[in-house]
Ligand binder design. Structure first.
Ligand SMILES: [Zn+2]
Ligand SMILES: [Zn+2]
Length: 196
């Protein structure tokens, strides 16, 4: 078993049953929780969920389509991008998916006559009566992962010279001591003093 996951785990495979979405256009809603017992790996960064994520699904029918909003909220921990200590981050957001029950839309999509701009329309086969939400929940989560989490807004980070955690300690590499460009200045100042 890998140490981390890179796709929706099996336990996230939750089904939206299409016949459960009312024909009269009113919303079908449901919520459930998903959890991960291993870290989530994305773009070389590891995130661990602090408890389950709450998933809220809202679906309704309109013009031969099922519009589905999936919102995900929860808390996770990732290494602070400055000091590498664990940083807790609250996440919350949603994505909208359009599922078409209309075969004609298939042809329109093939011809690039996509009516809905940036929203992707997924065509359901007539025999499909459920939508697997697991991969979609994963996709929503991925869009919410912070690329540069911070343990606190004023995290001082690590000393670039000695690696000391400047939130916990100070080090003797003061900002200018090791900079060779400043060394030159310092020696000029020194000479100046000697000349006077
Ligand atoms: Zn930090
Ligand atoms: Zn230092």
């Amino acid at each position: 078993m890998a140490e981390y996951i890179e796709a929706a785990p099996q336990s996230w495979h939750h089904r939206l049953v299409i016949p459960a979405v009312p024909k009269d256009g009113t919303s079908f809603t449901e919520s459930f929780f998903v959890s991960a017992d291993r870290k989530i790996s994305y773009w070389g960064q590891l995130y661990s969920l602090d408890g389950p994520l709450e998933v809220e699904v809202e679906a309704y029918r309109t013009e031969g389509r099922i519009i589905t909003s999936i919102s995900v909220s929860g808390k996770l921990t990732a290494p602070c991008s400055r000091c590498l200590e664990p940083a807790g981050v609250a996440i919350e957001g949603e994505l909208r998916y359009l599922f078409s029950l209309d075969k004609e839309e298939d042809k329109r999509a093939e011809q690039g006559l996509e009516a809905d701009g940036d929203e992707e329309v997924m065509i359901l086969d007539s025999w499909e009566d459920e939508i697997d939400l697991g991969p979609l929940v994963w996709e929503v989560l991925i869009t919410l992962l912070p690329s540069a989490p911070l343990c606190s807004q004023d995290c001082r980070g690590l000393c670039p010279k000695c690696g000391a955690d400047l939130n916990k300690t100070t080090c003797s590499c003061s900002d200018d001591a090791g900079d060779p460009r400043l060394e030159v200045l310092r020696s000029l100042v020194q000479k100046d003093r000697e000349n006077n």
